[in-house]
Design a protein around this ligand. Structure first.
Ligand SMILES: Cc1cc2nc3c(=O)[nH]c(=O)nc-3n(C[C@H](O)[C@H](O)[C@H](O)COP(=O)(O)O)c2cc1C
Ligand code: SF4
Ligand code: SF4
Length: 227
């Protein structure tokens, strides 16, 4: 069944690049648009270092349909074609973490009304761990106090069956079971040991961190005397 796109104010269209263009299904979607003044952003992954005019045909069609193009972005993507295949393919590992953070910046700039503040960044991840207490992330924004959860330990609530294994194995007491769902309640105490992830049969848990975060974990816990 094809999705009715006329009900949306903003639409993102994107795919890999194949023979110098976006996937034909994306071009067809645009060709079938009506003339309502929707906003569209375009994204793609490609094999070549620069994306040149790969979005050109789509942009032309969108212009004839009266759409407002709010931005476009393209990243290198793993390329299993061409001569690099003898080395295992081109652009191995792309898109990578840097591409992901660039795409977040892109959306923040192009469509700020859809974005919430990046409280994790505002916190700067420098909060110290207080020994013997439950360490939670709070961020004060004006009169509002926000408890932040899921920035480091993300638990897919749709997959979680509430079995409680993650809570049992976590040496730091990070995870709580609330209404039969695992919640990363005290993320500041997380040491990124990975035990919760490997013990979750539903593969519901993902840890998000880069090398800076691992240094911050060490800094936060350096004065800890007990678990
Ligand atoms: C049949 C085919 C044609 C491609 N043509 C191009 C191309 O013209 N320019 C380019 O930069 N990359 C090209 N690529 C590389 C893909 O754009 C790149 O691997 C992209 O990340 C694929 O996305 P996907 O994994 O979602 O299919 C081609 C790949 C395939 C399989
Ligand atoms: S181990 Fe997985 S399924 Fe079980 S409570 Fe934790 S997140 Fe949910
Ligand atoms: S990574 Fe380790 S410390 Fe962090 S929530 Fe999972 S089990 Fe607990």
């Amino acid at each position: 069944m094809e999705e009715d796109l006329t009900k949306y104010e903003t639409i993102g269209l994107g795919s890999g690049i194949y023979f110098g263009n976006l996937h034909p299904s994306i071009i067809n979607i645009a060709k079938n648009f009506d003339n309502s003044p929707q906003r569209v952003f375009i994204f793609s992954t490609r094999g070549n270092p620069i994306h040149g005019k790969y979005h050109g045909q789509l942009k032309e069609i969108l212009n004839t349909k009266g759409k407002r193009i709010v931005g476009e972005i393209s990243f290198k993507g793993y390329d299993g074609t061409g001569p690099f295949l003898i080395f295992g393919g081109g652009n191995i590992g792309r898109p990578n973490e840097r591409d992901l953070s660039q795409s977040i910046s892109f959306i923040r700039k192009a469509l700020p009304e859809y974005c919430i503040k990046d409280y994790y960044k505002l916190l700067d991840n420098r909060l110290p761990v207080i020994d013997g207490s439950t360490n939670k992330y709070y961020y004060k924004d004006g009169k509002n106090l926000f408890l932040l959860r899921g920035d480091i330990v993300s638990i897919n609530q749709n997959l979680c069956t509430g079995c409680g294994r993650c809570k049992t194995v976590c040496p730091m007491g990070v995870i709580e079971l609330i209404d039969k769902k695992a919640i990363p309640d005290k993320e500041l105490d997380c040491t990124l040991c990975n035990l919760c992830c490997i013990n979750c049969k539903e593969r519901a848990i993902t840890l998000h961190y880069n090398w800076r975060d691992t240094i911050n974990v060490a800094k936060r816990h350096k004065n800890r005397k007990s678990l």
